[in-house]
Design a protein around this ligand. Structure first.
Ligand code: HEM
Length: 451
């Protein structure tokens, strides 16, 4: 993949939608610390389409925040193709992963990956997900305030390792967990924002060196798993993604290479683990801070209904989606919302801001799950999983995990606040709770049986 950051046009106010004049470093810092408030300030000042001048972009990130322009960015694949836009992540997930694949290779590639993530296939993992949640609950329920996100990260990593690799050996899972944790630990990814020459390996203590060594450790484990599974000839009955991908053949009868498999599998682990953990964390945190909605949900679940559970997930994904936006690039010079957009510019459908549009969502900052009952939203007004041909392929698995955590937790305990409602911070491409989503869990007098 040639580097889209080198093709990106430099900043020129005549070529891009309007932007604040503040230096890039200031805009980057404000956006990292409070991306939702900063985005809303930009929208108030310039309207629904504006430029965000921040690192690592040489020019700017063009942001589309109303439903019409956000939808255009997600669905007009000729004007706004994806794949290249994720180039910043290629060093992490691997350039051959679906996330980094541009058209025309993207669609056939995506077709290979869809079957194991289809809703019906995913229900086969229900029992395993429930067992993992139950095994993890005692840690979450221990007395005192808890940050939900780190707890949920461990759980969702275990789920994804089992779903993607079919891992069951506890020692092997622990080895993967340590390597993945070290690799994606906060200390690593700022390296992606450094100029390219500074990303190199200047010794064990240099950021580039640490990044490359940790990435090599994860990749080694993935390669070992691929080799071990290739050696097994009878894979019938296995429902993990690796086993399925080993049997995939293209029209010439060729299977996937080890390199392709490595990038694909690592891409799935990284795309599916922190996003789901962040979604779990926001849902429990928001419930703790909204006792009326929380008590209604508990009563509804106790009565054997999942009507409110689905509504809570939608409302939580509206108010605090886990991902910052759907990223694309402009294929050529074009326009968006009446503003020019130069070819090769990075463009984002900023759905977290569309979710706060008062014309679509009255009282947008209020947490009101009941607004989703019996009402279909305007198309593309609620897109926490993105949209178009690049919409998240892990929606069913993510829903299974988040719903299971909420059911199991609320059957046993009542979430309560452990401090103020947290704002979102930007971490790589995610909107994470500023302090990990701290809550307290008060034990219920009697545990209610979960369905
Ligand atoms: C609640 C959890 C999750 C959220 C909020 C989420 C969100 C997203 C978003 C916003 C996108 C970009 C869509 C776009 O560009 O329009 C995406 C893409 C993707 N997600 Fe997820 N995701 C979650 C869980 C998962 C899981 C569990 C997996 C798989 C194991 C997964 C795999 C992927 C992949 C492979 C893509 C790239 C799709 C493509 O480019 O065709 N995600 N996700």
């Amino acid at each position: 993949m040639s580097d889209p950051f080198t093709r990106e046009p430099a900043w020129d106010p005549r070529l891009f939608p309007p932007a604040f004049r503040a230096p890039r470093a200031v805009q980057t810092a404000r956006n990292l610390l409070d991306p939702l408030a900063y985005g809303q300030a930009l929208r108030r000042r310039f309207g629904p389409v504006y430029s965000l001048r921040m690192y690592p972009y040489r020019g700017a990130l063009v942001c589309a925040t109303d439903v019409a322009t956000s939808r255009a960015v997600m669905t007009d694949h000729k004007r706004f193709p994806g794949g290249d836009a994720a180039a910043g992540l290629a060093a992490v997930v691997g350039a051959a992963s679906l996330i980094c694949t541009p058209p025309p290779r993207h669609l056939p590639h995506r077709m290979l990956l869809l079957p194991p993530f289809h809703g019906e296939r995913v229900t086969r993992w229900t029992r395993r997900v429930r067992e993992l949640v139950r095994a993890g609950l005692p840690d979450l329920l221990a007395p005192g305030p808890k940050a939900v996100r780190p707890w949920a990260q461990r759980l969702t990593l275990d789920v994804i390792l089992r779903a993607v690799f079919g891992l069951t050996d506890p020692a092997r899972i622990a080895a993967f967990r340590d390597a993945v944790d070290a690799f994606i630990g906060m200390g690593n990814f700022p390296v992606l924002f450094l100029p390219r020459p500074l990303r190199r390996d200047f010794g064990p203590l240099s950021p580039g060196g640490r990044f490359l060594r940790r990435r090599a450790a994860v990749r080694k484990l993935v390669r070992q798993e691929i080799a071990a599974r290739r050696a097994v000839t009878d894979r019938a009955g296995r429902d993990d993604v690796l086993s399925m991908l080993l049997d995939v053949r293209d029209e010439h009868g060729a299977g996937l290479s080890d390199q392709q498999l490595q990038d694909e599998l690592l891409g799935l682990v990284l795309a599916g683990h922190e996003t789901t953990a962040t979604t779990v964390a926001w849902a429990l945190h928001l419930l703790a801070h909204h006792p009326a909605a929380r008590d209604d949900l508990i009563a509804d679940l106790d009565a054997g209904s999942d009507r409110l559970l689905k509504a809570v997930l939608k409302e939580s994904g509206r108010l605090r989606p886990a991902v910052y936006g759907s990223l694309r690039t402009a294929a050529h010079d074009t326009e968006l919302g009446g503003h020019p957009v130069p070819g090769h510019a990075f463009v984002a459908a900023m759905f977290p801001l569309t979710h706060l549009d008062p014309e679509l969502w009255p009282q947008p900052h209020a947490f009101r799950p009941e607004r989703h009952l019996g009402a279909d939203p305007v198309p593309y007004a609620l897109t926490p999983f993105g949209g178009g041909v690049r919409r998240c392929i892990g929606v069913s698995l993510a829903h299974l995990e988040v719903e299971t955590v909420l059911r199991e937790t609320l059957a046993t305990a009542v979430p309560e606040p452990a401090g103020p409602l947290e704002s979102a911070r930007l971490m790589t491409v995610m909107l994470v709770p500023a302090h990990g989503a701290r809550i307290r869990l008060r034990r219920r007098t009697a545990r209610v049986a979960c369905r």
